[in-house]
Design a protein around this ligand. Structure first.
Ligand code: ZN
Length: 199
């Protein structure tokens, strides 16, 4: 029988091979901006919780640690259970023996799923970038007409002029909005009427 104490350090190491940004993405419902989120461990208006490849540091309350520490604090768990929770979510085997056929299948499935999510996200980001360009070009063209012709602008362009604030707002979301805001726009019927959504 394998001594369970000898399993633990190796198991922790294995869990720590998963990068902290990936753990955050799976366990915490806020999209990081410039590698920062609002600190889950204290109230704050401006994000000061910094996300690094191997862990976190909150410049405001001073909380710091790696992915296991994060889950320990977030859910008030013992480290071994936090590590198990991460391992399970990422399809890593919890035991330390050789991988069983079932473990290998689970791991492969989880990896395929993460790859699929990653591709989907890339496709979506790509769509947002292209749609953002379309909206911006249209908004700029309308603004240019307006500046050149003022009140003499052709009548059939007037509806476009009225839409200008909305177009500029959309362009802004597509350029600088959060993933959630972009997704909302992607689903917005008005927006879809204006711009064909490929992908
Ligand atoms: Zn904090």
């Amino acid at each position: 029988m394998i001594n369970s104490v000898s399993i633990v350090p190796d198991f922790f190491q294995r869990v720590k091979t998963i990068s902290f940004p990936e753990v955050i993405r799976v366990f915490y419902d806020e999209e990081p901006r410039r590698s920062k989120i609002h600190c889950p461990f204290h109230e704050e208006k401006t994000p000061s919780f910094h996300i690094y490849e191997n862990g976190f540091f909150c410049f405001s309350c001073g909380e710091k640690g790696d992915s296991i520490d994060f889950i320990v604090k977030l859910y008030n768990l013992r480290p071994i259970n936090a590590a198990k929770l991460i391992a399970e979510r990422f399809g890593l085997p919890v035991s330390n023996g050789p991988l069983s056929r079932q473990d290998m299948l689970r791991l492969a499935r989880a990896k395929a799923e993460r790859l699929r999510e990653k591709r989907l996200k890339e496709a979506f980001d790509n769509w947002a970038r292209l749609a953002g360009q379309q909206v911006r070009i249209l908004a700029e063209a309308i603004r240019l007409q307006l500046e050149e012709k003022g009140l003499d602008i052709e009548e059939d362009l007037l509806p476009l002029v009225h839409e200008l604030p909305r177009l500029e707002w959309w362009a802004n979301i597509l350029a600088e909005g959060t993933g959630e805001e972009k997704l909302e726009l992607f689903r917005n019927k008005d927006f879809r009427r204006w711009f064909t959504c490929k992908n």
